[in-house]
Design a protein around this ligand. Structure first.
Ligand SMILES: Nc1ncnc2c1ncn2[C@@H]1O[C@H](COP(=O)(O)OP(=O)(O)OP(=O)(O)O)[C@@H](O)[C@H]1O
Ligand SMILES: Nc1ncnc2c1ncn2[C@@H]1O[C@H](COP(=O)(O)OP(=O)(O)OP(=O)(O)O)[C@@H](O)[C@H]1O
Ligand SMILES: [Mg+2]
Ligand SMILES: [Mg+2]
Lengths: 161, 160, 160, 161
């Protein structure tokens, strides 16, 4: 299995619909500071780690929605996974649903091969192909392992066990 | 629960000690439990001995030496619980040329049967990749600049 | 006590906003007190707007953009309370080529009347220095390799 | 005023007596990972910041003594400052003095122009020429300013006031 394509729509600084095709092997992504490189890794984490504490740097999920245009009220990311000629498309979408007492309210939608699914279906597919937030090393994680204490470091192994 | 922990610990410990020596081309490292009988009451200590030096705890090493030990630890966990692909975001930041090359070599070798996507500003890392993608931003919107070669990238960013 | 704090705050705030724009060649930044009446009950917030983007708090910026804002803050404090010399240890770590060059240019300019000693692995930074010293280690003992030029340094470390 | 020379003796990885001459202007120090670059900055901090919380990464002061040889029981750093043809030499030395109940016990010595001085004389000279631990940005400080909370960041200004 490998990650064949990432599709971003209004996700952070990706204000246009963008499709990024990937190939097996070793792909490098480069570009100036602030151009949007880490936002690609955040987009993959957005789909792979719906319950993960490593979740997106933004804090509130609605901060993931592209802010450059006024009337944009949703963001969407699809991952296309290919496994021996079979294709699985995992999509996550967040849509603003402001309430009088909570302007940051939102709805979260999950899709498997473009059919609405529940969070638990989603998590099931991910764990059966052993894909998780552990597949992503975010910017700064390398130094975090050094700076964390011995006990939090042991907890990394607890989570795996 | 304790048994499950021991299985993971023993496997990651063995991986870590092998991968550290392979990654640095020498030296040795070890994972140590603070409290072997009751692991949940103590922490996990990383010790490393870069080539030609004494063994020390992680916090006595230099910035680059710490990064290499952490990377070996990350690779050791990934080897125990393999995933079909990995995303690495600027893991080569604190490394000098030789160490950055060692890390890029390890990624390249493992990319034969596992997909690796590495975000990097380092020339030495971009040199080893099968494909290089550029990202640029205009008026606050990011776009991807497809398959570029190293000389094109020099324009986007003076590659480290 | 409050008065002394306000004097420092106003001066550093003014320095910071000027230095940020000078360092990045555009954009703007601001220092904001959480609680203006009782500064000791709140924190100090850094906001920055890189060129062509919206203003945001420090934690929404990218790794490199955060480094540039932090550096501007460090330089702003140093401008308020100047010292005859400064030691900077790998402050250019997260920066792409253009930003590393901007930082090296600022150091170079300020080094006319203040001594700067900067530890760096970046080619772009070493290029701007008046003198380059190499450090190597043999059998666990560090030694200094006096005044070297850039080509000699390429051997010690593939300069980032 | 400028820093004209740093002399290291058994300080961390500098197991031999080493003199590093500096010139005014912009000097860069480079070298492989683990070669001893940050140890030079630690040596300067050792003299400039006797009471500073940024103090040396080592934890215990006796960890600063070169560990490669058995019988070494002290470390010493001198800074030579030049100010309009006048020279001031500031020296700090730490010597092991193990006690039965505390093997890491040590004595700290301060010298001004090679004459024994007290810590307060030392601090007085430093503050009158406005040299302090603030003159040093340690490896990782740049990221620390970002990661610290808003209140610790305000405290940086409190200290200066
Ligand atoms: N919701 C959003 N809408 C628009 N722009 C956003 C949004 N969230 C984040 N951004 C922008 O994305 C930029 C950060 O991108 P990112 O962190 O991916 O940079 P990077 O390429 O990784 O840079 P570096 O090399 O410095 O790490 C920030 O400048 C921020 O302005
Ligand atoms: N008391 C000591 N005796 C001997 N060696 C020591 C002592 N304290 C630290 N060291 C050694 O100094 C080395 C660290 O040096 P330093 O942190 O200066 O490296 P550096 O050149 O800054 O590297 P980097 O580029 O990775 O930051 C460590 O490998 C450690 O073994
Ligand atoms: Mg980034
Ligand atoms: Mg260092």
């Amino acid at each position: 299995m490998y990650l064949r394509e990432v599709q971003l729509e209004n996700f952070k600084s990706f204000g246009k619909k963008v499709r990024i095709p990937f190939l097996p092997g070793f792909t490098a992504i480069t570009g100036p500071n602030g151009s949007g490189k880490s936002n690609i890794s955040d987009a993959i984490l957005f789909v792979l780690g719906p319950k993960s504490p490593k979740m997106i740097r933004a804090g509130r999920l609605t901060d993931l929605i592209y802010k450059g245009k006024k009337d944009v009220n949703y963001c969407k990311v699809s991952l296309v996974l290919e496994d021996e000629n079979e294709e699985i498309v995992l999509t996550r979408k967040v849509k603003r649903a402001p309430l009088p007492d909570n302007p940051d309210n939102y709805y979260s939608y999950f899709y498997i091969n473009n059919k609405a699914a529940s969070l638990s279906d989603f998590v099931h597919i991910l764990s059966s192909s052993n894909i998780s937030a552990n597949s992503i090393v975010q910017q700064g994680d390398v130094t975090a392992i050094v700076e964390m204490g011995d006990v939090p470091r042991r907890r990394i192994l607890d989570d795996i066990a | 629960k304790k048994d499950a922990f021991y299985t993971v610990y023993e496997a990651v410990k063995e991986n870590f000690e092998l991968i550290y020596t392979e990654l640095l081309g020498g030296g040795e490292a070890e994972l140590v439990l603070e409290n072997k009988e009751n692991p949940f009451e103590g922490g996990l200590i990383i010790k490393a001995r870069p080539k030609g030096k004494r063994i020390m705890r992680l916090n006595a090493l230099s910035g680059g030496e710490k990064s290499m030990a952490s990377l070996a630890f990350i690779f050791a966990i990934q080897a125990y619980d393999p995933s079909p692909f990995y995303i690495l975001d600027e893991v080569d930041m604190f490394l000098d040329g030789k160490n950055a090359e060692k890390v890029a070599d390890m990624i390249k070798e493992r990319s034969r049967n596992t997909q690796f996507i590495a975000i990097s500003l380092r020339r030495v890392t971009l040199n080893k990749a099968d494909h290089i993608y550029g990202v640029t931003m205009q008026e606050g919107i990011s776009t991807i600049v497809g398959n570029v070669n190293l000389s094109q990238v020099e324009e986007i960013v003076e590659v480290k």
